[in-house]
Design a protein around this ligand. Sequence first.
Ligand code: VAH
Length: 320
Amino acid sequence: MTKQKNAILVIGACGQLGSELTLELRKIYGDANVVAADIQYPKQADLRESGPFEIVDVLTPQHLTELASRYKFKQIYHLAAILSATGEKNPKFAWRLNMDGLFNVLDFALEQKVEKVYWPSSIAVFGPNSPRQNTPQDTIMDPNTVYGISKQAGERWCEYYFNKYGLDVRSLRYPGLIGYKALPGGGTTDYAVDIYHQALALGTYKCFLSENTRLPMMYMPDALKATIDLMHAPAEQVKVRSSYNLAAMSFTPQEIAASIQRHYPDFTITYDPDSRQQIADSWPQSINDSAARQDWGWNPQYDLHTMTDDMLRHLKRINN
Ligand code: VAH
């Protein structure tokens, strides 16, 4: 059987980032060339119907080698992971999925001579003793969630596979990501997506973080642009092989509520912090992403109000 050449594999394609990144990559490389993979079939029709889909459990290497009998992959985007809040409920599995999944993909990419691998890190790699304002690219990192520990360890391994084996692995430390196409799964920043849905559905939102909890955030179109810009950058411009700090904005639940009230003056928010408050309090409030700006021209397009305007416009369209 002849293999399909120049294929791109997206593992974790049904997730919040994966479902949007897969569609974006299909626009660039052609629907048939971007293989979406996850442990379950996508619910989203556009993701399901726009190109190939494969059931892959990244903890089963045989799933990957079976794919390699039918596709020659030139790029792999490995997005499957357990996020911060869910990870604290099942720490050992979160470590196993986030780390063994990464090793399986890195080794598969070496075996198959994949040209480039993308793997997402997070601002969760920083911890209580990291500088909280304008957090530098290189600084104290003492993450205290399993998710953050696995992302910090994963960054070390990505840099090791680059230096030791020459594998072109690239990575970004995403802030909280906000999009209208897919719901987030188990993160501490998920409130910033839920609030828009609840504003339209109920006119009120009960926030699981306190009103002044400032966190770095980013609108999904900017996250997609950063990911694709990094992967398209010439290798010599990619000087950071652990993971790049990436930033767009920082805001509090009170500020995002005020942004929504520009459209819905009667919208109300209440606060009922839960265990995710401790996680948020261990993270930076703002990020220094000068390395990404200098090395490959990173430049975000959305701020809080332009994001809110776009989110509400799309959610109203989808819900009507
Ligand atoms: C989380 N959305 O909340 C992810 C992200 C910076 C936060 O890594 O776990």
